[in-house]
Design a protein around this ligand. Structure first.
Ligand SMILES: NC(=O)c1ccc[n+]([C@@H]2O[C@H](COP(=O)([O-])OP(=O)(O)OC[C@H]3O[C@@H](n4cnc5c(N)ncnc54)[C@H](O)[C@@H]3O)[C@@H](O)[C@H]2O)c1
Length: 355
């Protein structure tokens, strides 16, 4: 099996790479521009264990995309590369349009060219798996509803609007050009190797440094959390077993208010890191409420019954077990996040076109 993973040096992509690297029959090729979110440290171990190649390339350079895809000759393309942080999309939406929309268009075009050039047998096996988010559905204010695969798209942020656009492109390329596409829409992920700007690692690292723990609004926004390794297993199962044209929602059945996530982290740190920074009595005292994000979605919740029914996938971690593992991972892997915070992780390997 030859798998090309765009965005394989990012948070979720690197979890897929680590999982696939355990399979001796799998050749993994990571295609990544190494933006601020890409980190080769996250796939270093996988490169030692498995057959993992790295291509430093940008989706916006269509010639490079073509060159890489045709030299990799994948059976499966797993497309995760994206700009992924909602706050950044509010401050600078253009890069989101470029990578998430134009970048997806570029790889779809090249994938169609490649698909048309391979044998009938290889076409039978070929899959283009687009990894997307539940944020394309908008939010579920004041209801008990869940997002299903049939929920209409209603994105709220520049990030989710560009992801919705990319989902539409992928479906259209499946329908119009016959590309065997699969789409998955997943809820919020958390776990090891998560970039420190995201809620859970940001709170862990700020608490360890004795800095304020900033919570948007009153912290009542609800997210459905999934441990990243559970997501990686789901993605591999979908990519290898799902029928072309299918869509699956993936979620962790863990609907939790942001403020409770932060309180849970504080409680775990009391137990796992009892020696606190000077001046801190209890980690929870560091919680600070800050002005809410514009357009902040109130509730996301996934109905993941289709993937369970059709493919038998369900998460192995509860939020309690996954959060404990995550906090412990950040305590045990200081070098990884210290290199991120200091910027050292990017030395000598800045993103394509960056100075
Ligand atoms: N993180 C979540 O909670 C979550 C939930 C559901 C879906 N998703 C989706 O999963 C995918 C991966 O998310 P993530 O959290 O791992 O993202 P991430 O920001 O951690 O990683 C993105 C990766 O894409 C690379 N990249 C960015 N622009 C590129 C370009 N133009 N060309 C090539 N590579 C480029 C980056 O270098 C990075 O390695 C995204 O498509 C995201 O929309 C994320």
């Amino acid at each position: 099996m030859r798998v090309m993973i765009t965005g394989g040096a990012g948070f979720i992509g690197s979890a897929v790479v680590r999982e696939l690297s355990k399979n001796a029959d799998c050749k993994v090729s990571v295609f990544d521009a190494l933006t601020y979110a890409g980190n080769l440290d996250s796939i270093g171990e996988a490169q030692k264990i498995g057959d993992v190649a790295f291509f430093h390339s940008d989706l916006l350079n269509v010639d490079e995309v073509r060159q890489c895809l045709f030299s990799i000759k994948p059976n499966i393309v797993m497309h995760l590369a994206a700009e992924s942080h909602v706050d950044r999309s509010i401050d600078g939406p253009k890069q989101f349009l470029e990578t998430n929309v134009v970048g997806t268009f570029n790889i779809l075009q090249v994938a169609v060219e490649f698909y048309n050039s391979i044998s009938v047998d290889d076409r039978e096996r070929f899959r283009f798996h687009h990894i997307s988010t539940d944020e394309v559905y908008g939010d579920l204010e004041g209801t008990d509803e869940l997002f299903t695969e049939e929920t209409p798209y209603a994105p709220s942020s520049p990030y989710s609007a560009t992801k919705a656009a990319s989902d539409h492109l992928v479906r259209a390329w499946g329908r119009t050009y016959g590309l065997p596409v699969i789409i998955t829409n997943c809820s919020n992920n958390y776990g090891p190797y998560h970039f420190p700007e995201k809620l859970i690692p940001h709170m862990i690292l700020n608490a360890l440094a004795g800095k304020p723990l900033p919570v948007y609004g009153d912290g009542s926004q609800i997210r459905d959390w999934l441990y990243v390794e559970d997501h990686a297993r789901a993605l591999i199962q979908v990519a290898t077993e799902a029928k072309p044209g299918s869509t699956y929602n993936i979620g962790g059945h863990n609907e939790i208010k942001n403020i409770d996530v932060v309180r849970n982290i504080c409680e775990l740190l009391e137990e796992l890191a009892p020696e606190k920074p000077a001046g801190v009595n209890r980690y929870e005292d560091l919680i600070t409420f800050v002005k809410d994000r514009p357009g902040h979605d109130t509730r996301y919740a996934i109905d993941a019954s289709k993937i369970k029914r059709e493919l038998g996938w369900e998460p192995q971690e509860t939020f309690e077990s996954g959060l404990r593992k995550t906090v412990q991972w950040y305590l045990d892997n200081r070098t990884w996040w210290e290199r991120v915070l200091s910027g050292e992780y990017r030395l000598g390997r800045l993103g394509v076109g960056e100075k």
